[in-house]
Design a protein around this ligand. Sequence first.
Ligand code: N01
Length: 538
Amino acid sequence: MSTTETAKKEPQKLDAIVFGAGFAGLAMLHKLQNSLGLNARVIDKADGVGGTWHWNRYPGARSDTESWVYCYSFDPTLYREWKWTERYPRESEIRAYLEHVADRFDLRKNIIFSTAVLSAHFNEKTSRWDIETDKGDRFSARFLITGLGILSAPNKPPFPGEERFKGQVLHTARWPHEPIDFAGKRVGVIGNGSTGVQVVSELAATVEHLTLFQRTPQYSVPAQNHPLDPQFLDGIADSLEPYFDRVRKSATVFAFEDAKVGAMEVSAEERERVFEKAWRDGGGFNFMFGTFNDIAVNRESNAAAADFIRRKIAQIVTDPAKLEAVTPTDLYARRPLCDNGYYQAINRSNVTVANIRQNPIIEFTEKGVRTSAGEVELDYVIFATGFDAVTGNFTRIDFQGRNGVKMKDHWAQGPRAFLGLSAAGFPNMFSLYGPPGPFTNQPPAIEWQAEWVSQAIKYAIDNGIETIEATPEAEQAWLDECKRIEEMTLFHKIDWWVSGANIPGKVKAVSFYMGGFGEYMKHAELCASQEYKGYTLS
Ligand code: N01
């Protein structure tokens, strides 16, 4: 379609528009369409629902949060009728769940698939958002809600010569929908974060040879995945509200109880016993936050946890060279990982660890990848190199607020938005799980925010309020609070995606509120109860 034709299309008038059809977008559409009765649409680039789970179909992809809390709790019947089959659901099961949700709440009729949003500009004359898509569609919406995901814009570092490579290059976050048979193939995996660890664990036994191109070794603990007993799920459904109330009041919104004591407050024997139990129980967040309450803030406690994991790795990886390669030495202060046999996979004779910190990747060749240690011949190269996280999807859309201010300029020094929901100068716009917001298991946090936003919208409509807009002061105070808390943690001592440090040239920023979701809810509730203090209502 030509630009002139595009310009001719009349904008469709909506009460609200939502970007993204993942956990956030679906929850929001349900509230807008079914609770508030508004004329709302969701737009998504994908041809189906699922958000991140539409794209991430790589081997081994699954949530590393327990399925029974990696879902919505807003509808007891939905909760009771959906029977998760495993402790950690595979990507296909999560997608099936979200498809079920879309059907059950009749959401599809208002979702526009296979369409990318190009721009969203606040129109000061109409106090509405003008939206344009790559299909030439135009919308004029009173409210704009984003559910863009913080881990969805893929990061694919450029290596020279990739076009020469005769094999196939894949990125985990843009995985093909057709199955790939890796049997008898030589596979290279670049990256060993949550994604790389899952890929390596799943593929090692299938492929002829797997080479892990590893820059920084990671700490990972066993996931201890297992099938679920439907009766167990029924038990949770029987006390759904109190159960999720407790989950949401925990720091990270997982199924386990937050630890109450510090690692240095107990004897060395007790510490060992607690770590050992957590290792057997499984779960990365459980190991970091369910054992002791100061692993992420106290260097000595952190070192004790790191030492325990290192000793466990040494019990699994028997080859001394491999053991040295995969043993982390820095702080245990990235997103905690858990795995389904990662170190066992590393131990296999058909798996090689290429230390690309020591011997960096120089280029792709026709036959594979050349590092400074030599050429590795490969049939497939899998990029498990993560995401332009947190702000990546925001900067890829041309968001423009009041006075023509672009979001990417407003966020030039890092994301800023009151409660992670509302950027100053961007009226009637709310970002579910936007930055700087909570650092949690997402679905129960997202549905809570979706309810909060729907109440704010209702308040505005009921009270004849044309615009609801975060003040610059509230935005700054929130950012200061996020920074104050983050500086108490060890997370900001490490260069990783949380600060933007994984993307060369990206400004290092405070991206999260790390004070726990319980405290987060108190801030947001206080704001709402004081007639949206921190917002200008006009
Ligand atoms: O990405 P990452 P991810 N050359 O950024 C390496 C969520 N998630 O997709 O550590 C060579 O963590 C990089 O090396 P280094 C979860 O929140 C959840 O794995 O920077 N290597 C690292 O090893 C997670 O935290 C699930 O030295 C390069 C890897 O690529 C988040 O997504 C599953 C490189 C990237 O690790 C991101 O995880 C999967 C380069 N130029 C993901 N650039 C669940 O289970 C990067 N790397 C729910």
